[in-house]
Design a protein around this ligand. Sequence first.
Ligand SMILES: *Cc1c(COP(=O)(O)O)cnc(C)c1O
Length: 381
Amino acid sequence: MTDSPKQIYLSPPHMSGHEMAFVEEAFATNWIAPCGPNQEAFEQEMADYIGARGAVAVSSGTAAIHLALRLCGVGPGDVVLCSSLTFIGSATPILFLGAIPVFIDSEPESWNMSPSALERAFKESESAGTLPKAVIVVNLYGQCADYDSLKEICDRYEVPLIEDAAESLGATYKGKASGMLGKYGIFSFNGNKIITTSGGGMLVSDDLEALAKARYWATQARDPALHYEHSELGYNYRMSNVLAGIGRGQLKVLADRVQRRRSIFDRYYEALHDIEGIEFMPESSYGNANRWLTVLTLGENCKARPLQIIQRLDDNDIEARPVWKPLHLQPVFQGHNYYPHEPRNSFSDQVFQTGLCLPSGSNLEKEDQHIIIQIIQNALT
Ligand SMILES: *Cc1c(COP(=O)(O)O)cnc(C)c1O
């Protein structure tokens, strides 16, 4: 219907205009397949962008985590430590492999994995005689975790670290690109991420041998034989050459998209930070966040709770959301171990109760953001 007001989404796709040329090239050359020149070029361009030696384009970020875990040797009964305050896709591959997830809380400074909770988890697993096989560290809402502290702990126990950079493409940590901070990095190009291929993901690493193995698993583990020989279990995980074309067009404007999301954050901050009880997700001094989403918390003294604000925005066809429900609270992960930031103080539970994610798409119009700001101001002052 043309006369209905337009919906403002939390983080919609934002095409650059460069995508169609790559997509048309795929059609013109008939590379309508899960392989082809766009796929290879997108891998190379992503690897170059972040400074990795290689990359494997796959069908989702979740698939990339699945492959990374398998490269770490994770199998049935193994323990994998994972951030709790994140999207489900960070952790489901642990269950795909029959392994056991153990969840780690966030710290208030960055909202990312708490080094002290990770330390406790390692100490306890060491005394139980079962060290974890891998650690999945999430960069929440586009901000890198504190890798120096987290990596020091993982290195001490010689356990590989997987960087879940699904939300943090374009962010940095101490001058290093997000995606390069662990043994493996993974990205998502789902429709809501900072750049998108409609759906897709990427596994990146400096270990080319490991990436070759991942590429093999992602292509149904086809051994080199004409008659389709399979000596290992694989998956159908490769990214379509058509969609890789979208990715190439999107990657050209990544720097601009980071800038726009940061400006959107700045405008929300300017307009709202003075309101009593509002706290914005902090940006750590060690890096540059891409501000994928602008997220804030509403203290007890605020005039409205997050759900009331979400309702008011929804009444105006504006989409806002609570923060991710922590995975240790999810029914599907019931019974799995959890290490809070402090022994009796779970930070992620608190943020879940008080957090609010605001529309942050890089194509959000200033006038629309102004309307959102006014609705929030009216609700809270
Ligand atoms: C989006 C996301 C994923 C999963 O990516 P998909 O491409 O949707 O499978 C994993 N981890 C985090 C933190 C995400 O935000």
